[in-house]
Design a protein around this ligand. Structure first.
Ligand code: GAL
Length: 417
């Protein structure tokens, strides 16, 4: 019943989208949330690539990490019959838009260019809908990283913490150095990014899958989950008092400027360090979040083309083709902090963190140690993701005790399904 209702809504939307008038030949209007310094630099690589091909770039940035605001703007644009040509999108959102029947089919291009042979299955899961390619993956990001200020790290002895206890010892040392130990931005998606790292560290990949992917009720209210929430409270003790609402790139800036010791964040943070002319392994350290070595939580930015009429078709296909080009994937991902979405690319041009990211992604895929990020749309559809976010953020802000969070989490998830 629900599915039929969705398709009916989709038909009405499709009519509206087809009526969009200002799609122009040889131009793309691109809706995205890449507005930080590092992100904008990476996006520029794509923009210049298209402009060299004579395709004009009409920029539609919507600030806000993880794309929550961008998705709100997208919904408003599509329902008013004014869909953008191309949209940056994550995981389950791609499926949800495809369900509505408003996205373009890229299958012929994908077939001609052999995408199926080079894009890993974990990504194809989101790039295809009912067997048809509907999205072009530009990268693979990973969320389980810790970024450390090089000087603070050396002053603590230059040893990477291997587990949570060693992490706490390092954060205590940063405090003694007069730094904010852990730079954090209190926004639901950032809270959830930290939380999923802690789930992985405390429980391991199988527990992450049980609780976050399979929504197993026992796992959700287990002692292991209690330990996760207790560790969140302990980590919050290392934030500064102004963490609430802070953007992720401002938290990165605290580490870059030497005001904070470390930040837990996905590898897009590397883009900020590189923009600040910092050298990996010297000025900053990239390491897997303590206790998650060998496991990879991933998310992939993909470009979805909306059905906006024939006039835009060639430019849309040219953009999708550019995104999938091996040379472009190197140029883009070395700036962005992510790794290529293709498995046939050498790591030669990548810095030490990029090489590590590429090798560990391949190993994790091989060892069945790869799982989708909850905070970045690759574990659950948006309704269930929001249920997680609510409980995680309320707990981190002290509005829910650990007992209450453990009780609330399975309830909120059940209600969202
Ligand atoms: C992620 C996205 C990254 C980065 C980050 C912060 O969801 O995949 O490309 O932009 O959000 O905005």
């Amino acid at each position: 019943m629900r599915r039929i209702a969705k398709f009916a809504a989709g038909t009405a939307l499709a009519t509206l989208v087809a009526g969009a008038v200002h799609a122009q030949e040889n131009s793309v209007e691109v809706l995205h949330w890449w507005t930080s310094g590092g992100e904008a630099a990476a996006l520029n690589v794509l923009k210049e690539n298209l402009e060299e091909q004579g395709i004009a770039w009409n920029d539609m940035p919507v600030a806000g990490g993880a794309g929550t605001n961008a998705m709100t703007v997208l919904r408003a644009r599509v329902t008013s019959g004014d869909a953008p040509t191309a949209v940056q999108m994550l995981g389950f959102d791609i499926k949800e838009w495809a369900d509505l029947g408003v996205v373009a089919n890229l299958n012929d291009l994908a077939g001609e260019e052999g995408w199926a042979e080079v894009v890993p299955d974990a990504l194809q899961e989101f790039s295809k809908y009912e067997g048809q390619w509907i999205a072009a993956p530009v990268n693979v990001h990973s969320t389980n990283w810790l970024w450390i200020n090089g000087e603070a790290f050396d002053a603590h002895g230059g040893e990477e913490p291997q587990n949570l206890e060693e992490l706490y010892a390092m954060l205590d040392a940063f405090k003694e150095q007069g730094l904010v130990p852990l730079a954090h931005g209190g926004q639901p998606w950032q809270d959830a990014t930290l939380w999923e790292n802690v789930v992985l560290s405390v429980g391991g990949i199988d527990f992450y899958r049980d609780a976050v992917i399979n929504l197993d009720e026992e796992a959700l209210s287990s002692d292991t989950m209690r330990e996760v929430f207790d560790n969140m409270t302990r980590l919050a003790g290392y934030f500064d008092e102004n963490f609430s609402g802070r953007d992720w790139n401002l938290a990165s800036a605290m580490v870059i400027e030497g005001d904070a010791g470390a930040q837990q964040m996905g590898d897009w943070a590397k883009g900020e360090f590189l923009r600040a002319d910092m050298a990996p392994g010297e000025d900053f350290v990239c390491m897997r979040f303590p206790g998650t070595q060998g496991d990879v939580l991933f998310n992939s930015d993909q470009f979805v083309m909306f059905e906006v009429g024939e006039a835009s078709r060639d430019a849309q296909l040219a953009m999708a083709s550019a995104v999938m080009d091996p040379g472009f994937q190197v140029a883009f991902n070395t700036v962005k902090g992510s790794v290529p979405a293709r498995t046939d690319i050498e790591d030669t041009e990548f810095d030490a963190c990029g090489k590590k990211g590429m090798a560990e992604l391949a190993e994790a895929a091989e060892n069945d140690a790869l799982a989708g990020s909850l905070a970045h749309g690759h574990a659950q559809p948006s309704s269930v993701q929001e249920a997680f976010f609510d409980v995680i953020t309320q707990h981190l802000n002290g509005q829910l005790s650990t007992d209450e969070a453990l009780e609330r989490l399975p309830q909120a998830i059940a209600a969202a399904q």
